[in-house]
Design a protein around this ligand. Sequence first.
Ligand SMILES: O=C(O)c1cc(=O)[nH]c(=O)n1[C@@H]1O[C@H](COP(=O)(O)O)[C@@H](O)[C@H]1O
Length: 307
Amino acid sequence: MFIDNLIESIKAKKSPVVVGLDPRIEKTPQFIKDVAFKRKGENIEGISEALYLFNKGIIDAVYDVVPAVKIQVAFYEVYGIEGFKAFFKTAEYAKNLGLMVIADVKRGDIQEVAKMYSKAYLQNQLFDAITVNPYMGEDTIMPYVEDAIKYDKGIFALVKTSNKGSKDIQDIKTATGEYVYQRVAKIINKISKSAVGKYGYSSIGAVVGATYPEEAKVLRKEMPNCFFLVPGYGAQGGTVEDIMDCFDENGLGAIINSSRSVIYAYQSPYWKDVYSEYEYAQAARAEVILMTGMINNGLVKRKYIAC
Ligand SMILES: O=C(O)c1cc(=O)[nH]c(=O)n1[C@@H]1O[C@H](COP(=O)(O)O)[C@@H](O)[C@H]1O
C-alpha cells in the first residue's frame, strides 16, 4: 500500500523530507549546461538534457537520505516534448534508486477527463503518487481515488495551499461557519477512510502549506487519517516550528517538501562559501541532512518520537 511504503521509507531513512525537483535552466551550473549543450546543442533538447543531468546529480546525492522526490511538471512542460522526456527520465532515475516519486501535477477536471489524467500518472509505474486539485468538487477526484486504491498509489489533494492568495477562496466562511478549506478537508478526510493502512494513515492525503501553522494545527485534528504533504518550507518562509503541528506524537503524519532551498543550496548564504557550483549536489545533500536534523530535533523537543 502506498502510504505504508511511504511511512516505512520515512522510518528507514529517518527523514520526512521530500526533495522538490523544480529545476530552472538559468540557475543550472554552467558546467552542466556545457556538457548538455555539447551533447544535444544549445536548444530545447540541450536545455532538457541539462535539467535531467542536474536532477541526476541531486538524486545521486540524496537518494539514501530521503524517502521521496516531488517533480513539479511545469518546469518540464515549458519545454514541450523534450521537457516531458526529462520529466519521465528523472522519475525513472529516482525510482531505480529506490525513491518514491510524487508527480506534482495538481490535476482536476470533470470525471471523464480526470480518468485520463489518472491513467496518465497513477497507472504509470514510474509514479507513486500525484497531487490533485479537489476544488471542482468531490466527483472530480473520485477517478484518482479509485486508481489509487486499485494500483496501490497515493494522492495528495490541495486543502490549504502555501501561497499568500490561498486565503482569497480557501478562507471564505461558509454558511455553516466553517472555512472553505475545512469543507474540502472534510470531504478528503471522508474519502481517505477507504484507503487506510496499517499505521492508521491513508493513501489519500492532503496538501497543507507550511506557511499556515495555525490552520495546519486545526487540520491535523480534523483529518486524522490524512498524511500531509507540506510545501512552503524554506524559500517560502516556512520554518521547523511552523510545521511541527503537521506531525503526530509518533513523528508521523507529514512529509515536508523543499525545492529551491535544497536544489540551489549551493547559492544560499549558508552554504555558498562551503560549496562551489561543481558541488551543488553535495550542498543539496548537506541541506537535506541539516533540514532532517532540525525537524527531528523539533519533534524530540516536543516529546514526539523522531522519524
Ligand atoms: O502541491 C504542491 O506541492 C504545492 C502546494 C502548495 O500549496 N504550495 C506549493 O508551493 N506547492 C509546490 O511546492 C513546491 C514549492 O517550491 P519551493 O518554494 O521552491 O520549495 C513547488 O513545486 C510548488 O508547486
